[in-house]
Ligand binder design. Structure first.
Ligand SMILES: [Zn+2]
Length: 194
Protein backbone atom coordinates (compact mmCIF):
# COMPACT_ATOMS: atom_id res chain seq x y z
CA UNK A 1 0.00 0.00 0.00
CA UNK A 2 1.32 3.38 -0.97
CA UNK A 3 1.13 6.13 1.54
CA UNK A 4 2.32 9.65 1.02
CA UNK A 5 5.32 10.54 3.11
CA UNK A 6 4.10 12.81 5.88
CA UNK A 7 7.43 14.17 6.94
CA UNK A 8 8.76 17.69 6.96
CA UNK A 9 10.40 17.67 3.59
CA UNK A 10 10.13 20.94 1.79
CA UNK A 11 10.59 21.15 -1.92
CA UNK A 12 13.13 23.94 -1.76
CA UNK A 13 14.93 24.89 1.42
CA UNK A 14 15.22 28.56 2.26
CA UNK A 15 18.90 28.42 1.47
CA UNK A 16 18.03 27.11 -1.99
CA UNK A 17 15.75 30.08 -2.50
CA UNK A 18 18.37 32.50 -1.30
CA UNK A 19 21.01 30.95 -3.52
CA UNK A 20 18.63 31.10 -6.46
CA UNK A 21 18.01 34.83 -6.05
CA UNK A 22 21.73 35.37 -5.75
CA UNK A 23 22.17 33.34 -8.94
CA UNK A 24 19.65 35.54 -10.75
CA UNK A 25 21.49 38.67 -9.72
CA UNK A 26 24.82 37.34 -10.85
CA UNK A 27 23.40 36.50 -14.23
CA UNK A 28 22.08 40.07 -14.43
CA UNK A 29 19.75 38.98 -17.15
CA UNK A 30 17.04 41.39 -18.17
CA UNK A 31 14.70 38.56 -19.01
CA UNK A 32 13.15 38.38 -15.59
CA UNK A 33 10.55 40.78 -14.25
CA UNK A 34 11.66 42.79 -11.25
CA UNK A 35 9.24 44.49 -8.90
CA UNK A 36 10.26 47.80 -10.49
CA UNK A 37 9.45 46.49 -13.97
CA UNK A 38 6.10 45.34 -12.71
CA UNK A 39 5.31 48.72 -11.15
CA UNK A 40 6.17 50.48 -14.40
CA UNK A 41 3.98 48.10 -16.40
CA UNK A 42 1.05 48.57 -14.04
CA UNK A 43 1.50 52.34 -14.16
CA UNK A 44 1.20 52.34 -17.95
CA UNK A 45 -1.80 50.05 -17.86
CA UNK A 46 -3.73 51.90 -15.19
CA UNK A 47 -2.90 55.54 -15.67
CA UNK A 48 -4.51 56.88 -18.85
CA UNK A 49 -3.04 60.34 -18.23
CA UNK A 50 0.55 59.21 -18.28
CA UNK A 51 2.23 60.31 -21.49
CA UNK A 52 5.43 58.95 -23.02
CA UNK A 53 8.24 61.49 -22.87
CA UNK A 54 10.46 60.01 -25.56
CA UNK A 55 10.31 57.83 -28.62
CA UNK A 56 11.80 55.01 -26.59
CA UNK A 57 9.16 55.35 -23.92
CA UNK A 58 6.50 55.53 -26.58
CA UNK A 59 7.55 52.17 -28.04
CA UNK A 60 7.87 50.69 -24.61
CA UNK A 61 4.36 51.80 -23.74
CA UNK A 62 2.97 50.32 -26.95
CA UNK A 63 4.68 47.05 -26.22
CA UNK A 64 3.33 46.99 -22.69
CA UNK A 65 -0.23 47.80 -23.74
CA UNK A 66 -0.07 45.05 -26.34
CA UNK A 67 1.47 42.44 -24.07
CA UNK A 68 0.01 42.88 -20.61
CA UNK A 69 -3.33 43.29 -18.91
CA UNK A 70 -4.25 44.43 -15.43
CA UNK A 71 -7.10 42.81 -13.56
CA UNK A 72 -8.52 45.46 -11.30
CA UNK A 73 -10.65 43.05 -9.29
CA UNK A 74 -7.92 40.65 -8.34
CA UNK A 75 -5.16 43.26 -8.58
CA UNK A 76 -3.13 40.93 -10.73
CA UNK A 77 -0.96 41.46 -13.74
CA UNK A 78 -1.27 39.13 -16.71
CA UNK A 79 0.51 38.55 -19.96
CA UNK A 80 -2.38 38.59 -22.39
CA UNK A 81 -2.90 35.50 -24.50
CA UNK A 82 -2.02 35.99 -28.16
CA UNK A 83 -4.60 33.54 -29.42
CA UNK A 84 -8.00 32.50 -28.15
CA UNK A 85 -6.79 29.00 -27.54
CA UNK A 86 -4.09 30.15 -25.18
CA UNK A 87 -4.85 31.57 -21.77
CA UNK A 88 -3.62 34.62 -19.94
CA UNK A 89 -0.52 33.99 -17.92
CA UNK A 90 0.20 35.40 -14.51
CA UNK A 91 3.25 37.67 -14.41
CA UNK A 92 5.81 36.46 -11.88
CA UNK A 93 8.45 38.78 -10.45
CA UNK A 94 11.88 37.34 -9.84
CA UNK A 95 11.57 37.31 -6.06
CA UNK A 96 8.62 34.88 -6.25
CA UNK A 97 9.89 32.55 -8.98
CA UNK A 98 11.04 29.91 -6.50
CA UNK A 99 7.68 29.93 -4.73
CA UNK A 100 5.76 29.53 -7.97
CA UNK A 101 8.00 26.71 -9.19
CA UNK A 102 7.66 25.02 -5.80
CA UNK A 103 3.88 25.28 -5.98
CA UNK A 104 3.61 23.93 -9.52
CA UNK A 105 6.18 21.20 -8.97
CA UNK A 106 4.37 20.04 -5.82
CA UNK A 107 1.05 20.15 -7.63
CA UNK A 108 2.27 17.92 -10.43
CA UNK A 109 3.59 15.42 -7.87
CA UNK A 110 7.22 16.19 -8.53
CA UNK A 111 7.09 15.80 -12.26
CA UNK A 112 10.32 16.06 -14.22
CA UNK A 113 11.88 19.08 -15.89
CA UNK A 114 9.78 18.85 -19.02
CA UNK A 115 6.46 18.35 -17.25
CA UNK A 116 7.13 21.10 -14.75
CA UNK A 117 8.34 23.49 -17.42
CA UNK A 118 5.22 22.79 -19.47
CA UNK A 119 2.96 23.57 -16.52
CA UNK A 120 4.93 26.71 -15.68
CA UNK A 121 5.11 28.10 -19.18
CA UNK A 122 1.42 27.59 -19.85
CA UNK A 123 0.31 29.53 -16.77
CA UNK A 124 3.09 31.93 -15.84
CA UNK A 125 5.11 34.66 -17.48
CA UNK A 126 8.60 35.68 -16.34
CA UNK A 127 10.12 32.30 -15.52
CA UNK A 128 12.75 30.75 -17.78
CA UNK A 129 13.29 27.08 -18.42
CA UNK A 130 16.76 27.39 -16.94
CA UNK A 131 15.18 28.66 -13.70
CA UNK A 132 13.02 25.56 -13.47
CA UNK A 133 16.00 23.29 -14.06
CA UNK A 134 18.15 25.12 -11.54
CA UNK A 135 15.48 24.78 -8.86
CA UNK A 136 14.41 21.21 -9.60
CA UNK A 137 17.99 20.06 -9.18
CA UNK A 138 17.66 21.28 -5.59
CA UNK A 139 14.32 19.66 -4.80
CA UNK A 140 14.57 17.75 -1.52
CA UNK A 141 11.93 15.21 -2.45
CA UNK A 142 13.31 14.46 -5.90
CA UNK A 143 16.79 14.13 -4.46
CA UNK A 144 15.62 11.27 -2.24
CA UNK A 145 13.85 9.49 -5.04
CA UNK A 146 16.19 8.22 -7.76
CA UNK A 147 13.33 7.60 -10.18
CA UNK A 148 12.48 11.28 -10.06
CA UNK A 149 15.94 12.55 -10.74
CA UNK A 150 16.18 14.76 -13.79
CA UNK A 151 17.05 12.73 -16.82
CA UNK A 152 18.52 15.45 -18.94
CA UNK A 153 16.58 17.44 -21.46
CA UNK A 154 16.33 14.88 -24.23
CA UNK A 155 12.69 14.46 -25.09
CA UNK A 156 12.37 10.76 -25.59
CA UNK A 157 14.40 8.56 -23.33
CA UNK A 158 12.60 5.27 -22.63
CA UNK A 159 11.43 5.78 -19.09
CA UNK A 160 12.42 2.38 -17.78
CA UNK A 161 16.04 2.84 -18.70
CA UNK A 162 18.26 3.44 -15.68
CA UNK A 163 20.74 6.21 -16.35
CA UNK A 164 22.41 6.54 -13.01
CA UNK A 165 25.85 6.88 -14.45
CA UNK A 166 25.17 9.68 -16.85
CA UNK A 167 28.08 12.11 -16.79
CA UNK A 168 27.31 15.58 -15.46
CA UNK A 169 28.27 17.23 -18.70
CA UNK A 170 25.26 15.68 -20.31
CA UNK A 171 22.89 17.18 -17.79
CA UNK A 172 24.28 20.64 -18.16
CA UNK A 173 23.50 20.84 -21.86
CA UNK A 174 19.86 21.35 -21.00
CA UNK A 175 20.47 24.70 -19.41
CA UNK A 176 21.50 26.92 -22.25
CA UNK A 177 19.13 26.04 -24.99
CA UNK A 178 16.36 28.38 -24.00
CA UNK A 179 18.27 31.49 -22.98
CA UNK A 180 20.33 32.25 -26.00
CA UNK A 181 17.87 31.62 -28.77
CA UNK A 182 16.15 34.97 -29.04
CA UNK A 183 19.05 37.34 -28.80
CA UNK A 184 21.69 36.53 -31.35
CA UNK A 185 19.53 36.33 -34.40
CA UNK A 186 21.44 38.61 -36.67
CA UNK A 187 24.93 37.59 -37.38
CA UNK A 188 25.05 38.19 -41.07
CA UNK A 189 22.78 40.83 -42.52
CA UNK A 190 23.92 40.39 -46.07
CA UNK A 191 22.78 37.78 -48.44
CA UNK A 192 24.02 37.90 -51.96
CA UNK A 193 20.98 37.13 -54.07
CA UNK A 194 21.55 35.68 -57.48
ZN1 LIG B 1 10.64 17.42 -6.68
Amino acid sequence: MMCTPSNNLVTFTSSTKTAFLQHLREKSTNRHITQTDKDIIIEWLTNPHKRPSSQKEFSRRNYILKTFAWDEKTQSLFAAAKTDAAKDRTVVTENTIADVVEFVHGNNKHGGWDATWRDISSSYYGILRSDVIYLLKQCQTCALNPSKRPKGSAATIPSSQPIDHEPLGFLSTGEVEYDISAWDVQENGEHSGE
